[in-house]
Design a protein around this ligand. Structure first.
Ligand code: DQA
Length: 146
């Protein structure tokens, strides 16, 4: 199973950025944990981070036909990038939107996701564990579990 994990703007600064909201772990530390988890699950995981909307769109377009699932944390693009939403809509594979923080308990402008309607599901507020749960969800889906 090939899973692409896409991280949007400012997520490269985890561990430094608003630690009380996003946690102590750095982006690199989280990636190491995810790579280990994916290996245990027998999943091929590609991790991609960009601070640029166009690069994220290019990556989504390139993944067409070659991935079995996408995990995306679009960062602030969650709340307004119709271009990322349109790109995801073209992908046939299921998509899970993940947020480290509970976007619904934060500022009102974070309560709305323009990405969620084109996703299979959404996980928010569980920290980096949400990414691991998303991997597990793809595995279970693959085995036709509900
Ligand atoms: C975030 C939530 C967004 O509102 C914010 O802009 C981020 C991170 C999260 O993971 O909780 O950059 O996507």
């Amino acid at each position: 199973m090939n899973i692409l994990f896409i991280c949007g703007p400012n997520l490269n600064l985890l561990g430094e950025r608003e630690k009380e909201i996003y946690g102590e772990k750095s982006f690199e530390e989280i990636n190491i944990i995810l790579e280990k988890e994916a290996q245990k699950m027998g999943v091929n995981l590609e991790i991609f981070q960009s601070n640029h909307e166009g690069n994220i769109i290019d990556k989504i377009q390139e993944s067409r036909g070659s991935v079995d699932g996408i995990i995306i944390n679009p960062g602030a693009y969650t709340h307004y990038s119709l271009a990322i939403r349109d790109a995801l809509k073209v992908v046939k594979a299921p998509i899970i939107e993940v947020h480290l923080s509970n976007i619904y308990s934060r500022e009102e402008f974070r309560h709305h996701s323009v990405i969620a309607p084109v996703c299979w599901g959404q996980i928010a507020g569980l920290g980096y564990q949400g990414y691991i749960l998303a991997l597990q969800a793809f595995l279970m889906r693959g085995k036709n579990e509900p």
